[in-house]
Design a protein around this ligand. Structure first.
Ligand code: CP
Length: 310
C-alpha cells in the first residue's frame, strides 16, 4: 500500500485501520476530483467485479455498481438467494470460485464480523476484497464518503468538533469513523443510550448527552438504530428514543450556523431524526449518498492500481 503522485494502491480494503492518514486524504481528494469531472477515465473493460451482498443494502450495493460502471468495469451479477450458498456453499468457497472465474474484485457485505480475514490470508483466493460492511465491525467505504462530505464542507478535520450519536455499539459506521476522525485531529463526542455504548470507545472520545453538544458541534453524525442486531438491551419506543436521543426540530434550531447533520441511512424517520429534517438546509444526507459513488470510484481505482503491482 502506498500513495505515489496522489495515486493510492491497495491490495484489499477491509478496515479503516488498513489506511494511513495520507491514503485517506488521497482517496478523498480523488473522490472530489471524480465528482468535479477532473479525471479522464480510462475504461477498465478488462476488469471484472462482483458485488456479493449477504445482508440487505440499497446505497452501498448500488453506489458500488454505479462506480464500477462509471469506471467501465464488467459487473458480474450475484444474488445470494439464487446462488449455491443455498446448497451449503461457504463464503470462502464462493469467493474462491469467483477468483477461479477470473473476477478481479469482490465487494462483500456479510453479517459475520471479520469475515474477510480467511479470504485475504488465503494463497489461492486471487480476487481483491472490498469490505461493504461486516456485521458490527467496519464499513470503510461509508467512512470514506462521510469523511469526503466533511472535508468538502470544512476543508480540514483538525479541531472539528464532531458528535456521533445513537446506536454506537452495533454500528460499523461508528467504529470506522471513530478510528479515523480521532487520528485526523477531530475532537470526538459520542451521544445516545448508555445501553448502546461501551467504555472501550472512550479511547476515541467522550460520552455525553445530545443536549450537551448540539449547540457547539460542527458535524452531528446520527446513526440508525440497528434493531436487527439487538439482543434486548435498551428497548425504546420510537417516541422515547426521539425525545431523549434524536434530532428533533427543537434541537435542530440550536445547531450553529455552519453546523451540518449527517446520517449513513437508511433513516428511521421520526426516530433518529424528525421526518421534516432529513432534507433540511443543514442536512448532508443526500450529499453523502451522492459522494458515495465518487469515493467508491476512488477505492476501486486504488484496488486496480494495487493489482497492477502484484
Ligand atoms: N449506509 C449504508 O450502508 O446503507 P445500505 O445498507 O443501504 O447500503
Amino acid at each position: 500500500m502506498a500513495v505515489v503522485n496522489g495515486q493510492v494502491s491497495l491490495d484489499h480494503l477491509t478496515t479503516m485501520e488498513d489506511l494511513t492518514n495520507d491514503e485517506v486524504l488521497a482517496l478523498i481528494q480523488r473522490g472530489l476530483a471524480f465528482k468535479q469531472g477532473q479525471v479522464e477515465i480510462t475504461s477498465r473493460q478488462d476488469k471484472f467485479v462482483s458485488n456479493l451482498f449477504f445482508e440487505s443494502s440499497t446505497r452501498t450495493h448500488k453506489s458500488f455498481e454505479v462506480a464500477e460502471r462509471k469506471l467501465g468495469m464488467q459487473v458480474i451479477d450475484f444474488d445470494s438467494s439464487k446462488s449455491s450458498v443455498n446448497k451449503g456453499e461457504t463464503l470462502y468457497d464462493t469467493i474462491l470460485t469467483m477468483s477461479a472465474l477470473g473476477v478481479d474484485v469482490c465487494v462483500v457485505r456479510h453479517f459475520e464480523e471479520d469475515y474477510y480475514k480467511p479470504l485475504i490470508d488465503s494463497s489461492t483466493i486471487t480476487a481483491s476484497i472490498v469490505n461493504g460492511g461486516d456485521g458490527s465491525g467496519q464499513h470503510p467505504s461509508q467512512c470514506l464518503l462521510d469523511l469526503m462530505t466533511i472535508y468538502e464542507e470544512f476543508g480540514h478535520f483538525d479541531g472539528l468538533k464532531i458528535a456521533i450519536a445513537g446506536d454506537i455499539t452495533h454500528s460499523r459506521v461508528a467504529k470506522s469513523n471513530m478510528q479515523v476522525l480521532k487520528r485526523l485531529g477531530a475532537q470526538l463526542y459520542f451521544a445516545g443510550p448508555e445501553e448502546w455504548y461501551d467504555s472501550k470507545f472512550n479511547l476515541y472520545g467522550k460520552h455525553v448527552s445530545i443536549d450537551e453538544v448540539v449547540d457547539t458541534v460542527d458535524a452531528l453524525m446520527l446513526l440508525r438504530v440497528q434493531h436487527e442486531r439487538h439482543d434486548g438491551a435498551g428497548t425504546f419506543s420510537k417516541e422515547t428514543y426521539n425525545r431523549l436521543h434524536g434530532l428533533t426540530e427543537e434541537r435542530y434550531a440550536r445547531l450553529g450556523e455552519s453546523s451540518i447533520i449527517m446520517h449513513p441511512a437508511p433513516v428511521n424517520r421520526d426516530v433518529e431524526i424528525d421526518d421534516s429534517l432529513v432534507e433540511a438546509d443543514k442536512s448532508r444526507i443526500v450529499r453523502q449518498m451522492e459522494n458515495g459513488v465518487y469515493v467508491r470510484m476512488a477505492i476501486l481505482e486504488a484496488i486496480l492500481a494495487g493489482r497492477e503491482t502484484l
